[in-house]
Design a binder for this molecule. Structure first.
Ligand SMILES: [Zn+2]
Length: 309
């Protein structure tokens, strides 16, 4: 019997969730770049000369198989030969074994280190690790730049820049809405400063790791919104709002930001949860080494063996 790729789940009943193949929505962004969304997660794939380059795997084994079918339907006759992990999270990059088990896998060295230690079923180890802020690659005739300006979300988060198409892809960082409430593993201290470095590149289309494709103006508003929640969350301390009470934070931060940001989709439903998450950054000090002034110290002991063996 073939061993199932169950990620890190231990409950047999979770298989129903893992195996379901979601309906995917595919759009072509340029002659060779396509985007695909399962209703929440979004990613890219690229037609190369004789193969396909797929970013990420989507969220489950079932979704990874649906992703493979969507690629084949869009680009018949070319196999997925390269997978690029945007970051380590299982809901984006957990299931290469179901997407294309023989593909070359490219990831940032820190991402590779986490994956090697995690040993989730179906999350294949990278075969090529990148380091540094910018890597220009040529893969089967496709030129692209992979960027890791510093810790933003998850570990070893790589953004992709397509200079010719003026497209930027950055997974689980900024969104054109307020629909991602929990913000798990966002590096609150550094997110906006590093994302603003990516604004210096010449692009018109922003492909986030969730929800709809957007543009520079919405990206900028996403940065401003994040900063505004950080300010209002600090004000909540100063005014002795009970910062661990969801309703209280929803009322306080929501009230301060509704006029400027209330038009963001999901604002009313999520502002309380977003504020609770960010308030705890100030309360506790952040996510470890990633949430410091100099997160480059993370790389002081750089990767030599991602398998951890
Ligand atoms: Zn993530």
């Amino acid at each position: 019997m073939v061993e199932l790729n169950t990620g890190i789940f231990t409950l047999a009943g979770a298989q129903q969730y893992l195996e379901r193949e979601p309906e995917l929505h595919v759009d072509q962004l340029s002659a060779r770049i396509w985007t695909v969304c399962d209703g929440v997660r979004r990613t890219l794939f690229v037609e190369a000369d004789s193969s396909v380059i797929a970013f990420d795997t989507l969220a489950t084994p079932g979704a990874a198989r649906a992703y493979r079918k969507a690629i084949t339907a869009a680009i018949p006759g070319k196999p997925v030969q390269t997978i690029i992990y945007s970051h380590d999270h299982l809901d984006h990059a957990g299931f290469a074994a179901d997407l294309a088990p023989d593909a070359d896998i490219i990831a940032d060295e820190m991402c590779a280190k986490v994956i090697g230690m995690r040993k989730a079923k179906g999350q294949l180890l990278p075969t090529q690790c990148l380091s540094g802020k910018r890597n220009r690659l040529m893969i089967d005739g496709v030129g692209l730049m992979l960027l890791n300006p510093g810790p933003t979300h998850g570990t070893g988060n790589l953004s992709a820049y397509f200079e010719h198409e003026k497209i930027l892809f950055s997974s689980d960082t900024l969104l054109p809405n307020a629909r991602y409430g929990l913000l798990p593993d966002y590096h609150i201290w550094n997110l906006v400063r590093f994302m603003r470095e990516l604004q210096q590149l010449d692009w018109n289309t922003f492909v986030p790791g969730r929800y709809e494709v957007t543009d520079r103006a919405r990206f900028e508003k996403g940065c401003d919104f994040f900063v505004a929640v950080k300010v209002a969350s600090q004000q909540a301390f100063a005014e002795f709002v009970p910062i661990w009470v969801l309703g209280a934070m929803e009322e306080y931060v929501g009230g301060k930001l509704r006029e400027q940001f209330g038009d963001l989709d999901g604002f009313d439903e999520n502002i309380g949860l977003i504020a609770i998450r960010i308030v705890h950054h100030y309360l506790m000090g952040g996510w470890g080494l990633e949430d410091t002034w100099n997160p480059g110290v993370l790389l002081a002991d750089s990767l030599t063996n991602p398998s951890g063996a």
